[in-house]
Design a protein around this ligand. Structure first.
Ligand SMILES: [Zn+2]
Length: 110
């Protein structure tokens, strides 16, 4: 988690910043209990309700898929443009790999 005070990039389960000591507030995993929840600004931890985690993950997954669908036309255009100098027999490149990975992630496999 990145420190909002000094910008230090700390590990995902740290409670306080290793550089300046500030409390790292935000979504995290409690390193004692392993629960997913929110580290509050005062340092306390509020776990998500256990029965709510699946719905939270589903909502996050839906947001990620929506974002990938928005990016798809740009990635397709970038992949196409990357072949402009290849002539009639374009060679596969990293843009094709990225395009395939995004299509696979959103379930849009030809
Ligand atoms: Zn810091």
């Amino acid at each position: 988690m990145r420190c909002k005070i000094c910008g230090e990039d700390n590990g995902p389960v740290k409670k306080t910043c290793g550089a300046c000591g500030a409390i790292l507030a935000g979504e995290t995993i409690n390193n004692v209990t392993g629960q997913l929840g929110i580290r509050n600004a005062n340092g306390s931890f509020t776990p998500y309700p256990t029965d709510g985690i699946i719905s939270i993950l589903r909502a996050q997954n839906a947001d990620l898929l929506a974002a990938l669908r928005l990016c798809l036309p740009i990635i397709e255009a970038e992949a196409m443009a990357s072949h402009l100098t290849d002539g009639f027999r374009p060679r596969r490149n990293k843009n094709d790999d990225i395009l395939d990975a995004v299509k696979k992630a959103i379930g849009d496999i030809p």
